[in-house]
Design a protein around this ligand. Structure first.
Ligand SMILES: *Cc1c(COP(=O)(O)O)cnc(C)c1O
Length: 511
């Protein structure tokens, strides 16, 4: 065996490998609408399959690829399926799949600008482009790519700490004489809790502000809670708004929250991981009015921009804050040529900061390429059309559900639909969820019924959707238009499957 070709294969074998992989990708994507969205889970089968592999007896490349493709096809919730109505996981854009392959093949090191001048400038170009779309002044804004929204939210907590507490970076939380606290709504993403743990703040530093009847973070409740906490000797430093909550697609009142944050001297972070894409469709843009007043924004390209995971983005209108938070200097990381540095003087040619001095990650892949190739080819207009289409499919789903006797309980124009059985047979129940809240039948029995409906729909292979709770007494079914491939026929297939599940479950109950 020639050690130089063990991992690279020889040219003919390599060509066969690329051809096989490309053929598999094309056949997967072309055949997906005919496949079950979620094949039955059988862990014993998966483990038996893996037990048949023995690195003591290596496989031929073609057999190994066949093995993996079969494993993926048969043992996966197919999130790229047009009838996957799930958790913000998109059908990946073709250009982005190509981009991820190129990124893996060239394997650029995104820690330093000197190693990767083109990739680093591509990502800076994207940060400026997105910053502008969100209403920041592109030349004054800054940002970084991240693994996903959780890392971007973690970045937000760290930058807000660095901003509020100049001692934090050098001497840590122990140097502070008061406990820092941050504010989220009851509907916020739970990554803020993990971020608080990772920052050494702890769960109790995350203050959950009550939502209003439409599940939006209530600005006056926020102001009151801040006042109470200050009186109790705590140090409020950050409020996190959400533009498109995970459960219900709710957009918090961003402009009003910005006013409270400004008055209370809090860093305002807007978590627009999924819903941020609404700014690309002019008719949906007003839903996010005020987002430009946030100090920072989380936006996940791997959600509604349909690039493969993971592509988180953290944006800020404070150009120095990432360097203040993450700046570090080493002897071993290569720098740009100092002579070129001098020649390139002037703001337009200023040195880009090395990404490792600007973010949580160190060595990392070229995350921005899959965003760049999709945006460069679809264009803003293309993305506007995609987002408009998915929003329209959300509207259609709301209509079809209402016509079939389901009751939609979340108020949003974004394509996440939370609903309960409104046909009367099951809609009995407990107290309403709160003042002016979307009332629904609460209770254990209702939750069990909705879960059974979701399980039956998933088991028939026809579609995938899930359940969640919008309040302790408000269990709901949740369906999101996550795929740009979803059409009216897919929406109707979902509603048909729901109808069959409801009838079947009622029939069984009578026995
Ligand atoms: C998905 C999501 C996150 C977490 O993002 P990941 O990319 O999964 O790390 C955070 N906030 C909101 C609102 C989300 O929808």
């Amino acid at each position: 065996m020639d050690p130089r070709t063990i991992l690279s294969l020889d040219p003919p074998a390599r060509r066969r490998l690329w051809e096989q992989v490309v053929a598999e990708i094309e056949s997967y994507h072309a055949g997906l609408p005919q496949a079950a969205v979620a094949p039955p889970v059988d862990l014993a089968r998966v483990r038996a399959l893996l037990d048949s592999v023995d690195p003591g007896r290596p496989l031929a490349p073609a057999a190994a690829v066949d093995f993996v493709v079969r494993g993926l096809r048969e043992n996966l919730v197919h999130v790229a399926h047009p009838r996957y109505f799930g958790l913000f996981n998109p059908t990946p854009a073709a250009m982005s799949v190509a981009a991820d392959t190129l990124a893996a093949a060239f394997n650029p090191q995104l820690a330093t600008a000197s190693h990767s001048p083109f990739p680093v400038e591509v990502e800076r170009w994207l940060i400026r482009a997105f910053a502008g779309r969100f209403g920041y002044a592109p030349e004054a804004a800054d940002g970084t790519f991240a693994g996903g929204g959780a890392e971007a939210n973690h970045t937000a907590v760290l930058t807000a700490l660095a901003h509020a507490f100049p001692l934090f970076r050098r001497r840590g939380l122990r140097a502070l004489d008061r406990q820092p606290v941050l504010y989220v709504s009851a509907q916020s993403h739970h990554s803020f809790i993990k971020a608080a743990r990772a920052c050494g703040l702890g769960d109790e530093a995350v203050r959950r502000v009550p939502a209003d009847g439409d599940l939006r973070l209530d600005p006056s409740a926020l102001a009151e809670q801040v006042a109470r906490d200050r009186a109790a000797g705590l140090a409020p430093f950050l409020a996190a708004a959400t533009a498109g909550t995970t459960s219900a697609g709710i957009v918090d009142p961003l402009a009003e929250l910005a006013a409270v944050a400004q008055r209370e001297r809090l860093w305002l972070h807007t978590d627009a991981a999924w819903g941020g894409a609404a700014v690309f469709a002019p008719e949906l843009r007003p839903l996010l009015a005020g987002i430009e007043r946030s100090d920072s924004i989380t936006f996940d390209a791997h959600k509604w921009l349909s690039v493969p995971m993971g592509a988180g983005i953290y944006l800020t209108r404070h150009p120095g804050i990432l360097g203040e938070t993450f700046g570090i200097s080493t002897e071993y990381m290569p720098r740009l040529d100092p002579e070129r540095k001098a020649a390139g003087a002037g703001p337009a040619r200023a040195e880009p900061p090395d990404p490792y001095t600007h973010s949580i990650q160190w060595s990392r892949r070229f995350i921005g390429l899959k965003v760049f190739l999709a945006l460069a080819t679809a264009g803003w207009e293309g993305y506007a059309a995609v987002i408009r289409h998915q929003a329209a499919m959300g509207d259609l789903l709301r209509e079809e559900l209402a016509a079939a006797g389901w009751r939609v309980v979340n108020r949003t124009r974004l394509p996440v639909v939370c609903f309960v059985d409104g046909s009367g047979a099951r809609a009995g129940g407990s107290a309403p969820a709160g003042e002016g809240a979307p009332a629904a039948g609460g209770g254990q029995e209702e939750a069990a019924f909705l879960e059974a409906v979701a399980r039956a729909v998933v088991a028939c292979g026809e579609a995938w959707l899930s359940t969640t709770r919008l309040a302790a007494d408000l269990p709901v079914l949740r369906a999101c238009i996550t795929s740009f491939r979803t059409g009216p026929e897919d929406v109707r297939a979902l509603v048909g499957a729901l109808e069959r599940a409801r009838r079947q479950l009622r029939g069984m109950e009578r026995l």
